[in-house]
Design a protein around this ligand. Structure first.
Ligand code: IMP
Length: 179
């Protein structure tokens, strides 16, 4: 595995190797496949961070699988005090479907909660979350993600789709911020 890397002003150290990631992703895929049996599942991958995880997860899943990519965008409401959130990229009906939302990381859990709540308005059969990384110490939601690859401490990580100021997404492995 490569050593420390430098991105902009920060140094990161190796944290999860590619073989560890791929082994665990195979296990998650097997778990999903066994839970849904022959039922069709629509996977919704949240861009940008989840692209690499999604690709490797999809390669481990056989059977009928649908995949779309979505993005949560936010803008300041005209009169409201807070931000308004919008799901973009969802160009198919989710009504009556089993949905699995794919995330790179669940930190506070706010992003995935917003995405799930917006999807639930369209009456899917079910909505579950599958995230590669999960930071339980930072999590503020009600329900932990059903599928996750690794529980990690509340420290910043990059690589394998995750960025630091848009850099680091291309790294094959996950790196942790050096203290
Ligand atoms: P949330 O706090 O669960 O809503 O996380 C929001 C988003 O912040 C995630 O989808 C990531 O894009 C980003 N994020 C959270 N923690 C990290 C990290 O350690 N490294 C890189 N991005 C992160």
């Amino acid at each position: 595995m490569t050593r420390e890397i430098r991105l902009i002003d920060k140094t990161f150290v190796p944290y999860l190797r590619e073989d560890q990631l791929l082994k665990r992703i195979g296990e998650i895929a097997a778990q999903i496949r066994s839970d849904y049996g022959s039922e069709k599942v629509l996977f919704l991958s949240v861009l940008n961070g989840a692209f690499m995880f999604t690709s490797d997860l999809m390669k481990c899943l056989d059977g009928d699988v649908e995949l779309s990519f979505i993005k949560l965008s936010s803008y300041e409401g005209l009169e409201s005090t807070g931000k308004v959130y919008e799901l973009i990229g969802l160009n198919q009906n989710v009504q009556g479907k089993h949905i699995v939302v794919i995330e790179d990381i669940v930190d506070t859990g706010l992003t995935v909660e917003r995405v799930s709540n917006m999807l639930k308005l369209q009456n899917p059969l079910s909505v579950e979350v599958c995230t590669l990384l999960y930071k339980p110490e930072a999590f503020k939601g009600d329900e932990a993600p059903k599928y996750y690859g690794f529980e990690i401490p509340n420290k910043f990580v990059v690589g394998y789709g995750l960025d630091y100021n848009e850099l680091g997404r291309n790294l094959k492995e996950i790196y942790q911020l050096k203290e």
